[in-house]
Design a protein around this ligand. Structure first.
Ligand code: NAD
Ligand code: ZN
Length: 358
């Protein structure tokens, strides 16, 4: 048996107001003549107070990332070629935003130093060379993208991450002040991504003490935030930020499961956002995660959220087949959820029936 030699983020800063340390952190990584590029979630485009705190020097560039749709390989390729043409290379990329912006930062950092299109690297351990220096700064918590070894992209043929040892950030800054004021629904959906990471990791066949220790802590934090406390209370921002981190650490050494495998198919075909797609699917997974699903429904009720229903009604057989193909391609997720014989359990027919219920 071979154990994973797990590459982690190199440096972590945590604390309210820690964002203001960014300038000092970047200084030793600046290469003469090559700029730092700040990828900033387009939500902040009109937030002058925040923008004035970004330590961009004259030769640096701030690029607002349009996250109306989750990241596509073509968006990564366009930004990479724009930056390469303009600067040759760059000192680094700082991704400031939710999972989508952080994944864009990771992916473009890798593609600056790897030939071809980002679609060529969707999969496991296909990236050949380290990217440029990259920093992740979450402004939304739950995905664990700040800690993970993947950058999830939708390409022409699949929704699949660039999973590699070169993908984790060199540095992350966890400043709970940055998730203050995230709209309620968004906070809930991204928070539930974390909750579902924990359930899928803890009940998967890949579970081990490393993953369990992080997964249990993250699960307990999600329960505190979304069941006991008023989840919109900003005092829980610190806890939510660390839950996201710990949930990400948990799946890094195990895997996610059925909700993610099915939700990727939905996102690929319908563009459903990750957090929303996971909730739509998880709501129908009593057979696989009975306790988690019933607790999830309580949290949905407490939050007063309406999980979308009937999102697949009216789809054609070809469209169902597309979703099924994307989903069944996620072998490690199914193997973690259902064991080595997962193909006998999750047949195409059974998966089609599940998709039809969503
Ligand atoms: P997101 O990044 O897609 O952003 C969702 C919305 O929130 C956007 O409209 C954005 O503008 C807005 N937003 C961001 N910060 C805000 C703030 N502080 N205040 C108000 N609005 C804000 O959402 P997400 O749920 O964080 O990320 C989902 C993405 O992450 C998907 O693309 C998914 O594939 C990816 N993901 C990646 C990993 C990974 O390990 N790399 C894991 C899970 C999900
Ligand atoms: Zn997720």
């Amino acid at each position: 048996m071979k154990f994973r030699n797990f590459k982690m983020v190199d440096y972590v800063v945590f604390g309210r107001g820690s964002f203001d340390q960014l300038q000092e952190i970047l200084a030793p990584h600046r290469k003469e003549k090559f700029p730092m590029i700040f990828f900033v979630d387009h939500f902040f485009q009109t937030k002058q107070d925040f923008l004035s705190r970004i330590p961009a020097e004259e030769s640096d560039e701030v690029i607002f990332i349009d996250v109306s749709h989750e990241p596509k390989t073509i968006y990564v390729d366009d930004l990479t070629s724009f930056l390469k043409k303009k600067y040759g290379t760059i000192s680094g990329i700082i991704g400031i935003g939710g999972g989508s912006t952080m994944d864009m930062a990771k992916a473009v950092s890798l593609m600056i130093n790897n030939p071809g299109s980002s679609k060529d690297y969707q999969g496991w351990d296909l990236v050949k060379f380290p990217g440029v220096y990259k920093v992740g700064i979450p402004t939304l918590s739950g995905t664990g993208a700040e800690i993970s070894r993947t950058a999830i992209l939708t390409g022409p043929e699949r929704k699949l991450g660039l999973n590699s040892d070169f993908t984790p950030f060199d540095q992350i800054i966890l400043d709970p002040e940055l998730i203050y004021n995230v709209p309620k629904e968004q906070r809930f959906y991204t928070g539930m991504d974390c909750y579902i990471h924990c359930i899928e990791s803890l009940s998967g066949t890949y579970i081990n003490e490393f993953s369990r220790s992080y997964g249990e802590k993250a699960l307990e934090s999600c329960q505190k935030i979304f069941r006991q406390k008023d989840q919109w209370d900003n005092a829980s921002d610190d806890l939510l930020m660390m839950a996201s981190y710990a949930g990400g650490m948990s799946i890094a050494y195990s895997q996610v499961g059925v909700a993610h495998a099915v939700s990727y198919g939905l996102s690929y075909l319908l563009g459903t956002h990750h957090g929303v797609g996971n909730c739509i699917v998880f709501n129908h997974l009593d057979e696989y995660y009975p306790e988690g699903v019933s607790e999830f429904r309580e949290m949905v009720k407490k939050a007063g959220i309406c999980i979308p229903q009937h999102v697949t009604s009216g789809l054609s057989s070809v469209e169902f087949d597309n979703m099924i193909n994307v989903s069944l391609g996620l072998v490690p997720l199914w193997e973690n959820a259902l064991g080595k014989n997962w193909r006998e359990i999750m047949t195409r027919e059974k998966l089609r029936e599940l998709y039809e219920r969503l």
